[in-house]
Write a protein that binds this ligand. Structure first.
Ligand code: ZN
Length: 132
């Protein structure tokens, strides 16, 4: 499968999730066109609002290393939930700015998988164009 490696990297990242409150573990991996991977996991906090999701950790990691949306080939987001996980509202907003609209978003829980895009899961989004 085309996305096997990025999914594998996301599952590796999931091993670093810090989720003592929800016990819901998420890993994510950003794959660049030049073959690099930037990993992230969900990191929870006793002050729940301070928690950061796995996909935001991964894309912030990528951006912190100089990656920009045109460099990104795909992002995989994996979780250990019973049903296939999908990005929360905050993450959809972040991904709508930091990913191209048609970049593949690969979701997996090890049992089921799905490939989508931010244009598909967050249509009609608020963006920088609204501010000008
Ligand atoms: Zn989220």
């Amino acid at each position: 499968m085309e996305y096997e490696k990025v999914i594998e990297q996301a599952f590796l990242a999931m091993g670093n999730a810090y989720a003592p409150y929800s016990n819901y573990h998420v890993g994510a991996a950003v794959e660049t066109f030049d073959g690099r991977y930037f990993l992230g996991a969900n990191i929870e906090n006793a002050s729940y609002g301070a928690t950061v999701c796995g996909e935001r950790s991964a894309i912030f990691n990528a951006y912190s290393n100089g990656v920009r949306k045109n460099d990104i080939k795909a992002i995989a987001i994996v979780s250990d939930g019973k049903r296939l996980g999908s990005p929360c509202g905050i993450c959809r907003q972040v991904l709508s700015e930091l990913l191209k609209g048609d970049t593949p978003i690969v979701l997996s829980n090890g049992k089921d998988s799905r490939i989508t895009t931010i244009d598909e899961i967050l249509p009609d989004s608020f963006s920088s164009e609204d501010l000008q």
